[in-house]
Design a protein around this ligand. Structure first.
Ligand SMILES: [Zn+2]
Length: 257
């Protein structure tokens, strides 16, 4: 059933409130768009909190980003959304936010590519990290160009994340999965490091996508997601105190004479 433009406007405001309540944006961060038809994109404007939007605040732009209707100005990040629609005809909605844990990984230069959680392997495969680009300029989208056709969620270095899907809810849920995954990996790292799933288990999860009816772009290429065999995850980790480490180094130095 095709929704009315009014319903799409309500959907964007609802997702905006969720993104805000989750703490994925501060002040006027983030933007949400829906592709209304071949030529028009419904978008959040610049300068509004995503948690406090009214349906009439949204604007409509054409596929080049020119404003067709609406009072407010367009966001400087609209070009990123348009690039996703251009490269992915299957996509009807794009959600961009700065979820703090995923953005923390992106700021530390860390992609989320490890096979750790079944639902993430099935739903996203892995989440690559696009190099930093100045927001509001073509430099922002350039590093994302090779990634957009292959993935449904991308982290942007020193910036945030972008997720997209067949509708605004699927795009939002991908952002939710991404941030949840980042939180779990962070906790696993604090607790001594995550155990990465072996290749055989990763392959079973990727195979199960058909069973769950999951359409995901990332199809399990080498390193995405990275299985235990790819990262030497089978190696035993051990921990020493600072004093023990100094002792070991001293002993090694003495042994060499
Ligand atoms: Zn941003």
């Amino acid at each position: 059933m095709v929704k009315t433009e009014r319903e799409y406007r309500e959907d964007i405001c609802q997702i905006g409130r969720l993104v805000f309540q989750k703490g994925w944006v501060a002040a006027n961060d983030g933007n949400i768009t829906i592709r209304l038809d071949a030529d028009r994109i419904l978008a959040t404007p610049t300068g509004v909190s995503k948690g406090m939007m009214h349906v009439d605040d949204l604007i409509i732009v054409d596929m080049k980003g020119n404003k067709i209707s609406g009072r407010a100005e367009r966001t400087s990040e609209i070009a990123m959304h348009l690039t996703v629609y251009e490269l992915r005809p299957d996509i009807r909605s794009v959600v961009h936010a700065h979820p703090p844990v995923a953005t923390g990984f992106a700021t530390a230069g860390r992609q989320l590519n490890l096979a750790l959680l079944p639902e993430v392997v099935i739903g996203l495969g892995c989440v690559p990290l696009a190099a930093y680009g100045l927001p509001g300029t073509p430099a922002l989208t350039e590093p994302m160009l090779p990634l957009i056709p292959k993935y449904d969620a991308i982290m942007m270095a020193n910036h945030g994340a972008v997720c997209y899907g067949e509708d605004v809810f699927k795009a939002y849920f991908r952002m939710e999965t991404l941030e949840h995954f980042a939180r779990i990996q962070l906790v696993a790292e604090l607790l001594g490091g995550p155990t990465v799933l072996p290749r055989a288990e990763v392959d079973k999860l990727l195979d199960s996508r058909t069973r769950y009816g999951v359409k995901a772009k990332s199809s399990g290429e080498p390193g995405c997601p990275a299985a235990a065999e790819d990262v030497g995850g089978q190696e035993e980790r051990f921990y020493v105190t600072r004093a023990e480490l100094i002792g070991l180094v001293d002993e090694a130095v003495k042994a060499r004479g």
